[in-house]
Ligand binder design. Structure first.
Ligand code: NJP
Length: 231
C-alpha cells in the first residue's frame, strides 16, 4: 500500500518494530520520538520521515500531523505507542513521576489523536491504533500510577472509537502482556525473555493484523500474552 502511517515511540521497542514492519508492507512511515539519533536510524531503515517530538507537548503533536501531511500529502494511520512506566508502592511515587506517566501515556495519546482526527473525519477514512496494555484491564501491586494511566488511555481510545465510527474512522486498541523492550529501564535480549516475554515484532504483527481488516471490519480490541504469563 502507499498509506502514510505515523508511529509514535518509534525510536526503540514496539514502536521501532512496528515502523519497520509497516515499511516492509509498503507504508510510508513517519517516525516520532524524542531521541533524534535513534529516530534517524529507524527513519533511514524504513525510508521514512523522522520527526523528533515530545508527544506530551501540544505544539509538537500538532506539528507531527502537519509535517506528515505536508511531506507525504496524505495521512492514513496513527499508531499511538509512545509510553513510559515505572512501578512502586503508591507512597513511594513522587507527584512528578505520576505526572510523567499521565503526560506521555494519556495526554500524549489525546494530543496525537486530536491532531489527526479532523483530517481523518474530513477524508472519511483513517485508522488509529493504540498500544495500551493488559494492565488497562486488571490491577496489580506497584501499578497504581502506570495502571491508572493505561486505564485512562484505554478510556480515551474507547470513547474516541464511538465518536469517529460514524465518520468512517477506525480505532483499534491492542493490549499486550510483557514485551521484551527497554520499557521501565530494562534491557531486552536476555536468554529467558524468549519464554517470558513477547517480542516487539509480535506486537507489530498484531498492529498489522488490525490494519489489514477489510474496509467494513474494525478490530476494536486485541489482547495478546506470552504463553507463560499468568494474568
Ligand atoms: O518501551 P520502550 P515499549 N514523546 O521504552 C517513546 C506499552 N507496553 O516499546 O522519546 C515521544 O522500549 C520512546 O522514545 P524516546 C507501553 O506502555 C509495554 O515497551 O526517544 N516519545 C520509545 O521510542 C508503551 O505505550 C509493555 O525516549 C516518547 C518508546 O516511547 C508501548 O508499549 C507491556 C516519549 C518506548 O519504548 C511501547 O513501549 C505493555 C515522549 N514524551 C504495554 N516518552 C512491555 N514492554 O512489557 C517515551 O502491556 N517515548
Amino acid at each position: 500500500t502507499d498509506q502514510v502511517a505515523i508511529v509514535t515511540g518509534a525510536s526503540r521497542g514496539i514502536g521501532r518494530a512496528t515502523a519497520l514492519l509497516l515499511a516492509m508492507q509498503g507504508a510510508k512511515v513517519v517516525c516520532v520520538a524524542r531521541s533524534a539519533d535513534e529516530l534517524e536510524e529507524v527513519a533511514h531503515k524504513t525510508r521514512g520521515l523522522a520527526i523528533p517530538a515530545d508527544v506530551s507537548d501540544a505544539d509538537d503533536a500538532q506539528n507531527v500531523a502537519d509535517e506528515a501531511l505536508r511531506h507525504f500529502g496524505r495521512l492514513d494511520i496513527l499508531v499511538c505507542n509512545a509510553g513510559v512506566g515505572s512501578f512502586n508502592l503508591l507512597e513511594h511515587f513522587s507527584a512528578t513521576e505520576w505526572d510523567r506517566m499521565f503526560d506521555v501515556n494519556v495526554k500524549g495519546t489525546f494530543l496525537l489523536c486530536k491532531a489527526v482526527v479532523p483530517h481523518f473525519k474530513a477524508q472519511r477514512s483513517g485508522h488509529i491504533v493504540g498500544i495500551a496494555s493488559d494492565v488497562a484491564r486488571r490491577t496489580f501491586e506497584h501499578g497504581t500510577a502506570y495502571g491508572a494511566s493505561k486505564f485512562a488511555q484505554d478510556a480515551v481510545l474507547a470513547s474516541l472509537r464511538k465518536e469517529v465510527r460514524p465518520h468512517g474512522v477506525k480505532v483499534s486498541t491492542i493490549y499486550p502482556g510483557l514485551v521484551d523492550t527497554y520499557f521501565n529501564d530494562s534491557l531486552p535480549g536476555s536468554p529467558d525473555a524468549e519464554k517470558t516475554h513477547l517480542k516487539p515484532s509480535d506486537v507489530a504483527q498484531a498492529v498489522r493484523y488490525v490494519l489489514e481488516a477489510p474496509a467494513h471490519v474494525v478490530v476494536d480490541e486485541l489482547m495478546l500474552h506470552p504463553l507463560t504469563q499468568e494474568w
